[in-house]
Design a protein around this ligand. Structure first.
Ligand code: HEC
Length: 348
């Protein structure tokens, strides 16, 4: 939360100073060139991460197209888990997200403009004073009770929150940015998908690491599982890799060389339910601080890991399962791996 407020404050400072650079000469608006930079500068402070307002994530075209949901990801009073809705993980197309209760913020509804257009218009109509304190009536923070209006509920939202258009509680879009957004939305909000692909140098290292984690045999599979369950949160980057390229370990139904088919379990050590392979896939979309735990990999690290785990003479005679007991106690689950290897890896 502190981060959200700080980020909001930052956006406030920046929005006064930086002018949008929508190209005048070209009438066609490009999502990648013209729209994502506005989202990145003015929206992702709140519309990113796992707790994005209304689950509207604007770090990538996939998130913008997915749209919003009324179900908060985090809710302390909840006694039963709700289904996970991780972008790029739990569904892979607009229609799959619609089935999970997400609604479009980009589609014009008959004669009515898209939700995003109306939220931006509300913000533009009632601008806040630059470099002044946010008015008391605008509730921010954990106490804010988001309505996340559906298109037909927008008028009620605007009536109850006349000063809470988007971007919320900041100086807002420049006239030029606003015009670019308005024209893009009026044109039906077309997007281009340009997913990050590994470079040749990255692909070579990915193949080596996937080989290491997917070796057959119970000893090797136990090492693979240990490494995966320690690294699943990391954003991996490679020696000699591209600036801005990060990768993430997943469990996939498909082996190296094929497109990953993610097994989207809630936890990394939930039963996979099928044979699987550890795979490295690119992290898509704008990188935000909160989820960016970096971890370097390269030839040195590969050598080091092999030496730590495979230099000694040890064998796992059987593989632990994914039942509650083995998920709960890693010291038992991974007991067969020499403690010195595990310990030294953590120290490194
Ligand atoms: C300071 C945080 C913050 C910023 C910055 C921000 N938003 Fe929001 N946004 C919110 C909150 C909070 C809500 C939920 C409002 C409510 O329902 O009470 C919201 C709601 C929305 C909704 C409506 C979702 C729904 O379910 O109806 C849209 C669309 C939206 N924002 C777009 C944007 C865009 C586009 C930008 C950037 C130009 C932006 N927001 C910037 C916090 C923010």
């Amino acid at each position: 939360m502190v981060q959200r407020i700080l980020a909001g404050a930052f956006a406030l400072l920046l929005s006064g100073a930086v002018l949008g650079q929508a190209p005048q000469s070209s009438p066609a608006i490009s999502y990648t060139r013209d729209i994502q930079p506005i989202f990145t500068e003015k929206c992702v402070a709140c519309h990113a991460c796992n707790d994005a307002a209304c689950q509207l994530k604007l770090e990538s075209p996939e998130g913008a197209v997915r749209g919003a949901s009324k179900v908060p990801v985090y809710q302390g009073e909840r006694s039963q888990a709700v289904p996970t809705t991780r972008l790029f993980y739990d569904a892979h197309s607009e229609s799959e997200w619609r089935k999970k209760g997400f609604y479009s913020v980009l589609d014009n509804q008959g004669s009515q403009a898209a939700l995003m257009a109306r939220m931006l218009e509300l913000g533009h109509k009632t601008p806040l004073t630059p470099n002044a304190k946010v008015p008391d009536g605008i509730v921010l923070g954990l106490n804010r009770n988001n309505m996340c209006p559906l298109p037909h509920e927008f008028d009620a939202y605007a009536g109850a929150h006349p000063k809470e258009g988007m971007p919320l509680a900041v100086t807002g879009l420049t006239d030029q940015e606003y015009d670019t957004m308005r024209r893009w939305l009026a044109a039906g909000a077309p997007v281009e998908y340009q997913p990050i692909q590994p470079s040749a140098a990255e692909a070579r290292q990915i193949a080596e690491w996937e080989e290491l984690l997917n070796r057959p045999g119970s000893t090797e599979a136990l090492v693979g599982r240990w490494l995966y369950e320690h690294l699943f949160l990391a954003h991996i980057y490679f020696t000699g890799g591209e600036q801005g390229h990060f990768f993430q370990w997943v469990r996939s139904r498909t082996p190296s060389g094929q497109p990953a088919d993610i097994i989207a379990t809630r936890r990394p050590n939930d039963p996979p339910g099928t044979d699987f392979y550890y795979r490295l896939i690119p992290v898509q979309g704008v990188i935000v601080h909160k989820t960016h735990i970096t971890y370097p990999m390269g030839p040195q690290k590969l050598k080091r890991v092999k030496q730590l785990f495979y230099a000694g003479d040890w064998h796992a005679s059987a593989l632990p399962g994914y039942g509650p007991r083995h998920r709960a106690n890693p010291f038992e689950t991974f007991e067969a791996i020499p403690a010195v290897a595990r310990y030294q890896f953590m120290l490194d």
